[in-house]
Design a protein around this ligand. Sequence first.
Ligand code: PBG
Length: 308
Amino acid sequence: MTSTRVQAADLVLPMFVKEGIADPAPVSSMPGVVQHTLDSLRKAAVEAVEAGVGGVLLFGVPAAKDARGSQADAADGIVNRALESLRAELGDATVLVADLCLCEYTDHGHCGILSGGSVANDETLARYAAVAVAQAAAGAHVVAPSGMMDGQVGAIRSGLDEAGFAEIPILAYSAKYASCFYGPFREAAEGAPQFGDREGYQQDPSRSVEEALREVALDLAEGADFVMVKPALAYLDVIRALRAAVDVPVAAYQVSGEYAMIEAAAAQGWLDRRRAVLETLTAIRRAGADVVLTYWAAEAAGWLAASR
Ligand code: PBG
């Protein structure tokens, strides 16, 4: 009989770092999650690594935003300074993953460059390649494009290769649905679209699993090294299908709304928080995810170590 075991090393902790704040700022819709200062980020990342997590995923929130998201690839931009500091502190003791998107950096909150009121795919690709190179130069071990433009993996792969970063892998958010479960994240990353929505570039939840598999095949053909499904809990069928279809590691992102849902119910005394968290992580692993990105990563790693 085989059973699923979640291990600390399977878990990746998403973290937010914000420019221009003196103290960590709590995210009200995600109790327990904060926007870090550079200093608190370093401490929390070290603690997470000591607890045994397999990696951290970094999001930056710049003080100033503009139409092209300049701070995403500015060498002194908050996310790149944070990557540098974490790489200096942790070296190769963990996997530093940089989320690669523009929505936290643009004043309009969309994931790309706008032209005529909508996102211009190809101009955005050039920006993504530049951001990937800046993140790799700052110390990211892996870049994770989450913006969902067509051809983004290929454009980023060529950009990295040309800049001498051929060894930096790409974690593609291949099956990313236009989900309401990203709601709390938009407070944490301050990247809510100022008009419209992301349905033009994220997948419709009602589409078939086969369609997700086609997206994944495209990303793999463009050079993705790992693929991701997002959100996780409502998409276990997609995780299962991907695991069966591809040879590369499959990651699943237990997103902000999944976190908020359990935290809110637990705060009311309606759910046993720890059991609920571990049960969902187990289910996501059982469905086939090799890696789970979760805001509970550090805490769950501690529980898993204690129960061994
Ligand atoms: C940015 C991005 C989002 C998330 C990760 N990267 C938001 C979105 O696509 O709207 C969501 C993560 C979460 O909800 O925890 N493209």
